[in-house]
Design a protein around this ligand. Sequence first.
Ligand code: HEM
Ligand code: HEM
Length: 187
Amino acid sequence: MVNPKPAYTGTAILLHWLVVALLVAQFAVAWTMPDIGRDTPQRTLISLHFSLGVLILFVAVIRLLWRATHREPEPEAGVPRWQVRSAHAVHWLLYVLLIVLPIVGWINASWRGYSVTPFGLFELPKLVATHADGWGWTGDVHAALSNYLLLALVGLHVLAALYHQFIRRDAVLQRMLPWVRFAQDQR
Ligand code: HEM
Ligand code: HEM
């Protein structure tokens, strides 16, 4: 379906900012929860980290389904091709990370013998057996992908949005803002 206006749909905007809010909460929890070692008991904050992470995975899957069935708006007129391409590359890497990162975390939680029970509702299956050979690396990779790769890409993405807003002064940021769309729709 093609959007009638060069802006994101309300659903795309809602899902985008929902993921941003969930990630802010997730990093706040990840950085305050106890350091996870061999015998760390499963404290509330650790369980909350798993719950939020599974929720982010769920929303990311819905977002990808939405994205697969709805085209993004045409690029802003006059934006150079290399910028359009690099924006796409960053967007797709972000999508990949939003799926891969929680799954690697889930594998690590299973490997450590923790129960992954989102918000106490139902227990998810273990992805690998406790202390199964060959899966110990998942904790370090999960933490590195989150603390370095995800945050670096988000930093780049936000800098690009600010560059469009304050240096190029075009409408790229506005396409993703709910209140601007609302104003357009009222016309
Ligand atoms: C997009 C979602 C997620 C983000 C952004 C995220 C972020 C993080 C971060 C930043 C750390 C390292 C904390 C530190 O610096 O000390 C961490 C550790 C961890 N996370 Fe996640 N996480 C996510 C999803 C999940 C999920 C779904 C699970 C499990 C179901 C999980 C399980 C773990 C575990 C077990 C650790 C400890 C790893 C270790 O140090 O060995 N995470 N997470
Ligand atoms: C304050 C923080 C953020 C701002 C200001 C922002 C801004 C934007 C803007 C303006 C767009 C539209 C770009 C275009 O039309 O070409 C966009 C798209 C996108 N953003 Fe963000 N963003 C932020 C945080 C994030 C975070 C944390 C993630 C995920 C980790 C993310 C993932 C995406 C993705 C995947 C798209 C592409 C949407 C699509 O075409 O399917 N953003 N963002």
